[in-house]
Design a binder for this molecule. Structure first.
Ligand SMILES: C[S@@+](CC[C@H](N)C(=O)[O-])C[C@H]1O[C@@H](n2cnc3c(N)ncnc32)[C@H](O)[C@@H]1O
Length: 433
């Protein structure tokens, strides 16, 4: 261990500042030399941090592309668009274009060198958040694509890990003991770099719904005591399992799933019964409801759901209920999925293994699309990852985008706001032609 003031720390500080400066001036040749130097005192030079701002080289490279609004404003103030100093305006535009080009090349280079796409600065922004705030569309898209690549890689490695665990189960006792697991490391991360602060990643989140934090697991939730209020359903840790503000989303989802009466529908996850109420209003011939939490089941029975027209309540986890329904030959025109505290792997298993056994050829299905909704870039990354996985499972998806209500006072008494963005994207999935 070195203590402050020792030569190594000075080298570290100096090199860190040099790297950040080279990133913000878009000096790729210098960056290359600094990042690849054999004698660098840094373990992880592409992901250094400025102690005052928390900027990584990616933050610095993108922030330096901030458009010069003064120039724009001067331009706009000129009467009838007549340019009073003709030479100046095109020069500004040219300068900004070349600044942006420099930024693009620097970001490309840093990502290739292993820079982490979703590191947070001290203002809680990822590099992509800065690009979005500054209106730098091209850079924002680059960061979204970097996130998608990292998350796909994580998803694949997750798969390898599962395979390895399965193999272990088949092994003789003692065989293979002591072998390390395949590590799950995002693009550009080394084992030590995973300690770097970053928002939760798609494949490591414990939830697909964004309703729960990463520490909430499905078994823990199913064991917990619930609180039913008029406008919300909370678990024992005050996590919002379901909230009334989602009603407009549920209504539109129900309408998309049941274009007319007399259809057969299944909803997985009753919660506050909001979507089931809308589905009932649309007059389905069969209305299956799968619900795993005993208190929710008791509450729905108390409210008379078991006696409503066409309703069949299936008590238990969908993982246990659906295979039995397939065995009974149940076929459906529409399916909705909105559970709580499940992993992305669970959700992928649902659509790649269960839907096909239950949904008619012309049927449609949807899900509560809350993944990554605590920041826009995560939401955009999730959307692309899900779209690819759906495609792989044989589904095409159409998205309907609309504004959600303003949520100013909604989060009082709720452990974690799980929705922080302006627009909801409603998915409607069908079998590919
Ligand atoms: C977000 S709420 C659903 C809200 C519902 N869409 C509504 O409109 O009120 C999630 C529900 O899924 C249930 N759930 C969680 N895990 C489940 C599982 N594995 N199988 C079935 N239901 C589950 C929860 O108990 C909870 O009632």
């Amino acid at each position: 261990m070195t203590s402050p003031g020792e030569p190594l720390d000075i080298n570290v500080d100096l090199t860190t500042q040099e790297i950040l400066l080279a990133a913000s001036t878009h000096n790729v040749p210098l960056l290359r030399r600094l990042l690849r130097a054999n004698n660098t005192p840094l373990a992880n030079p592409a992901n250094v941090k400025d102690p005052e701002t928390g900027f990584s080289p990616l933050h610095a490279a993108i922030a330096a592309c901030e458009p010069d609004n003064d120039a724009d404003e001067q331009q706009q103030q000129r009467p009838n668009g007549v340019q009073t100093n003709g030479a100046e305006a095109p020069a500004d535009a040219e300068e900004q274009k070349s600044e942006l080009q420099g930024g693009i090349e620097t970001v490309e280079f840093l990502l290739r060198e292993g820079a982490i796409w979703n590191d947070l600065d001290l203002k809680n922004e990822t590099p992509g958040c800065i690009a979005r705030r500054l209106g730098l569309v091209e850079l924002y898209e680059m960061m979204v694509d970097a996130g998608v690549r990292a998350e796909l890689l994580l998803g694949r490695l997750d798969g390898y890990e599962e395979l390895e665990e399965d193999e272990d189960e088949d092994m003789e006792e003692g065989e293979g003991e002591g072998e390390g697991e395949v590590g799950v490391v995002a693009e550009g991360e080394t084992e030590t770099e995973t300690e770097t602060e970053a928002p939760e990643l798609v494949a490591t989140e414990e939830t697909t719904t964004a309703d729960a934090g990463a520490d909430v697991t499905n078994p823990r939730y199913l064991d917990s005591t619930l609180t039913f209020q008029n406008d919300r359903l909370l678990d024992a840790d005050q996590n919002g399992v379901m909230m009334a503000w989602e009603s407009s989303i549920m209504k539109k989802s129900a309408q998309q799933l049941l274009p007319g009466p007399g259809l057969r529908v299944m909803n997985i996850g009753h919660g506050m019964g909001i979507i089931d109420t809308f589905l009932q209003e649309l007059g389905p011939a069969e209305h299956h409801i799968v619900e795993a939490h005993p208190e929710v089941v008791a509450e729905m029975k108390r409210k008379g759901w078991a006696e409503k027209p066409g309703v069949v309540i299936h008590e238990g986890r969908w993982q246990d209920v659906l295979p039995a329904m397939v065995g009974e030959g149940v076929m459906l025109d529409a399916i909705y999925y909105d559970t709580f505290a499940e992993s992305y792997g669970d959700f992928r298993e649902f659509f790649s293994e269960q839907v096909i056994g239950l949904l008619e050829q012309e049927g449609r299905w949807s899900f509560f699309n809350g993944m990554g909704a605590d920041r826009q870039i995560s939401y955009d990354v999730y959307q692309k990852v899900v779209e690819m996985d759906l495609f792989e499972a044989g589904f095409e998806v159409e998205w309907e985008e609309f504004e959600v209500p303003k949520l100013d006072g909604e989060w009082d008494g709720v452990r974690r706001p799980y929705w922080c963005i302006e627009k909801y994207r409603l998915p409607v999935c069908k079998y590919m032609d």
